[in-house]
Write a protein that binds this ligand. Structure first.
Ligand SMILES: *Cc1c(COP(=O)(O)O)cnc(C)c1O
Length: 400
């Protein structure tokens, strides 16, 4: 019964009957009750729960204050703005990236300057960042790819020596640390995502953290049109109707319905990360023996958030390419994804930035070969074994 060598694509028996989705949130009864409580309370949008959630994030990260926002993208946009990005500036970002960061730079009138990543960590390095700095560079926005912390000290040293701040894109990295210091506590500002697939979720949501509490105060005001005195202050019993706008802002606040989820997700952030790490270890030992694929490099003394577990196919050793590998896995009952389409491959950026194919060899080769496997806390050990079994089955069948 166990040896089903023929892939489902070829008419063989699939590893799973029911489909394992690529990602699923872990929502408990406490989250559900808290949302219902919010709905019954009459206070639906930014209010007491949003404030409590922001405080929980700040305490967890180890900073004085955090801003609760509508998304990580909102945090990147506001972070770029308060760190001084404007018309004609350059912002350094990885080419292996989601388009949120580059889009925000464009919206502020700046030019995204892309850099390649390290083949082992898939992160930008102090060297690649240093090589891209010009006199127009206003900001560096490294991504903690997949949840693996970047070399923040090295990058900050390179940037600071030229007076350039660093804004971390930690969409993948809630719970990650550099040997004791949490991601989000070191860079000038750091943006987290609570989108449904990310480490913890509020459905949609994000947070900006910073060691600088004044910066977070300014971001919080800008997240509500730039109005001093939040809605909660205005409409609550002791509030005042008065507000003033010192600089025009955006509508980027989190809501209490979202924060209701977040409060109980934050209670489980370590537990979730540990389960993700357990799954990563199981993948490591199950998949490392296969020479036709490679697994993520070890993380050393840092804590990896394991938002993603990308394997890379060795094209010389396999008879099928990445896209058919993904199709095969789907037919075996395993959902997967690819992170990311390189920024300069998107039509707009290809034209706007004038980077041809071959500009970022590591990013481009990774994109050709990468498959992100499902990795989330609600996967059972059986699910984890099914993923390993399906990948091994295909690798063995299609090995040259
Ligand atoms: C998901 C993601 C974002 C955007 O997060 P939202 O909360 O959806 O705005 C930004 N950067 C990276 C690298 C991401 O993966």
């Amino acid at each position: 019964m166990k040896k089903r060598a023929l892939p489902a694509v070829e008419g063989g028996q699939p590893v799973r009957e029911d489909f394992l989705p690529f990602a699923l949130p872990s929502i408990g009864e406490k989250e559900i009750e808290e949302v219902v409580d919010t709905l019954r309370s009459g206070w639906l949008t930014v209010g007491p729960k949003t404030k409590r959630f922001a405080e929980m994030v700040a305490v967890y990260i180890g900073v004085e204050r955090a801003a609760a926002l509508s998304s990580c993208t909102a945090g990147l946009h506001l972070g770029m703005r308060v760190l001084g990005v404007g018309q004609g500036d350059e912002v350094i970002l990885p080419a292996l990236n989601f388009i949120a960061g580059p889009n925000c730079a464009i919206h502020l009138g700046a030019t995204p300057v892309l850099v390649d990543v390290d083949p082992d960590t898939l992160n930008v390095t102090p060297e690649t960042v240093a090589a891209a700095i010009t006199e127009r560079t206003k900001l560096v926005v490294p991504v903690h790819f997949g949840g693996r912390p970047v070399d923040i000290d090295g990058i900050m040293e390179v940037a600071r020596s030229r007076g350039i701040p660093v804004l971390g894109d930690a969409a993948h990295a809630m719970g990650a640390d550099y040997g004791g210091r949490k991601v989000g506590s070191v860079a000038d500002a750091t943006s987290f995502s609570f989108y449904v697939t990310k480490g913890i979720t509020t459905g949609e949501g994000g947070s900006l953290t910073s060691p600088n509490a004044d910066l977070i105060e300014r971001v919080t005001v800008l997240s509500l049109h730039g109005m001093t005195g939040s809605a909660w202050n205005r409409y609550s019993e002791r509030g005042s109707w008065f507000y003033e706008v010192q600089e025009p802002g955006y509508k980027y606040n989190m809501t209490d319905i979202e924060a209701a989820l977040g409060i109980h997700q934050m209670e489980k952030v370590n537990e979730f990360r540990e389960r993700r790490e357990e799954i990563a270890r199981a993948f490591d030992s199950g998949l490392r023996p296969k020479d036709a694929i490679s697994v993520p490099a070890p993380c050393g003394s840092c804590k990896h958030a394991w938002h993603l577990y990308p394997i890379q196919l060795e094209p010389d050793l396999l008879k099928i390419d990445r896209d058919s590998f993904i199709k095969n896995l789907r037919d075996e009952g395993i959902g997967t994804s690819v992170h990311f389409i390189p920024v300069h491959y998107h039509g707009y950026y290809g034209k706007r930035l004038d980077y041809g194919r071959g500009s970022f060899p590591v990013t481009e080769e990774f994109f050709e070969r990468a498959v992100s496997l499902p990795i989330y806390p609600s996967m059972s050990d059986g699910d984890v074994n099914d993923v390993i079994e399906a990948v091994c089955k295909l690798v063995d069948y299609y090995r040259r």
